[in-house]
Design a protein around this ligand. Structure first.
Ligand code: ZN
Length: 389
């Protein structure tokens, strides 16, 4: 840690070097986020207003009179087009800023390959979703949204469970952690809180980033503990144990089923709103009706706006679950001082803002700020009568 030597030339609260970088990093990322939001709103609006969407639909219908093929052509061109429009911003936010602040170690080639892989995944899932929606709208113009919501929820449940096992390995390598103190310690912790795991793996983040992380991934027979190589290099075994205790807290507190329940309500409500908007407005924008796939940008616009409006509520809920997992970690390990040093180390490595602007935290942050988490641990230690760190 950088020492907190006092300097008298400023009235403002003193900030150490890395924190000042954290504030600048947060500002840069925030600007990129705002630009990204503006772009997500502008693209569908321009696509509709320029008659680009109906024009593309006409071309797609000329290619094939079979609905599913027409939709495939339309969706592929629209999704690739949107990704290309966003490419510059993706590069700026994911490569330029990350390198400027020393967080990314990825080469341009690594970055480009990851971008293409995520584009492929977006096309795969995006086209499947669009095909499903319009295949349902035609025969079920009034109830399609309920069926679509049910399928999306089922898919979401599978994805939450399988993404860490199926999708993350496309971007990162995982290796089994060899026998040793750290492995024994983490397996013993999992056993102590009655969570069966299948092993401990090293998450090879270090080639691409200096960030640090640990998690519990997979389900049932595939559930495993993963610890980033960057964390193993920089943290003490006790600090890693307390971070994993937080992750196990999510498991013991059943936060994944809770999140699925919350998301399910949102998916049903979201589809209901999309249905009402498509039904009411499809005719007024020159679409041929609710089953005209040229109205896709209108559907996307409703989804983006709904997502933005709900973000503060979802994040508030997420922060409360994170707080509960922190409490679990403190109660399980009874190591408030190691919890605090682990938080500080994670904050330094990931360049997290210690005390972000409360409004920004309220809207955008899924985790309580570092400052609040450390404060929470100090209060817990005082209440529990532990020695203060
Ligand atoms: Zn957490």
């Amino acid at each position: 840690m950088i020492s907190n030597e006092k300097r008298s030339d400023r009235a403002a609260p003193e900030r150490s070097g890395p924190e000042r970088d954290a504030a600048a990093y947060a500002r840069a990322k925030r600007r990129a986020t705002f630009a990204d939001i503006a772009l997500s709103l502008a693209m569908p609006v321009v696509f509709i207003a320029s008659n680009g969407s109906t024009g593309l639909r006409d071309i797609a219908e000329e290619v094939s009179s079979v609905d599913a093929i027409g939709i495939l052509v339309y969706a592929t061109v629209a999704l690739v087009g949107m990704s290309l429009v966003g490419l510059g911003l993706d590069f700026y936010s994911g490569y330029v800023i990350e390198h400027r602040f020393g967080l990314s170690r990825a080469s341009l080639r690594d970055w480009a390959s990851d971008w293409l892989k995520s584009l492929a995944l977006q096309l795969l899932f995006g086209i499947a979703a669009i095909e499903l929606i319009y295949a349902l709208i035609t025969p079920l113009p009034d109830t399609w949204w309920l069926v679509a919501a049910a399928v999306f929820i089922g898919f979401f449940i599978v994805l939450v469970r399988l993404a860490p096992v199926l999708i993350l390995p496309l971007f990162y390598k995982f290796e089994r952690l060899e026998d040793g103190d750290l492995r024994d310690r983490l397996l013993a912790l999992a056993e102590r809180v009655n969570t069966r795991v299948q092993g401990v793996y090293i998450w090879k983040l270090g080639r691409k980033t200096s960030r640090s992380n640990a998690a519990l991934m997979g389900w049932g027979a595939t559930r495993r503990i993963v610890v980033a190589d960057t964390m193993i290099e920089s943290s003490t075994p006790e600090e890693i144990e307390v971070v994993l205790a937080h992750e196990l807290g999510h498991q013991v507190n059943r936060d994944i089923p809770r999140m699925i329940a919350v998301q399910s309500v949102i998916i049903v409500a979201g589809f209901a709103v999309i249905h009402v908007v498509l039904k009411t407005l499809s005719d007024s924008f020159g679409f041929r009706g609710i089953d005209d796939f040229a109205n896709l940008p209108l559907l996307l616009l409703v989804a983006v706006v709904a997502g933005l409006l709900l973000m503060p509520a979802i994040n508030a809920y997420s922060r409360s679950r994170e707080r509960a997992a922190d409490l679990f970690a403190l109660e399980t390990t009874r190591w408030p001082d190691r919890f605090i040093s682990a938080m500080e180390r994670l904050g330094e490595q990931n360049l997290s803002e210690k005390d972000p602007h409360p409004v920004m935290e309220f809207i955008f942050h899924s985790h309580p700020s570092l400052g609040k988490r450390i404060e929470f641990a100090k209060r817990w230690a005082a209440d529990a009568g532990e020695s203060k760190p």
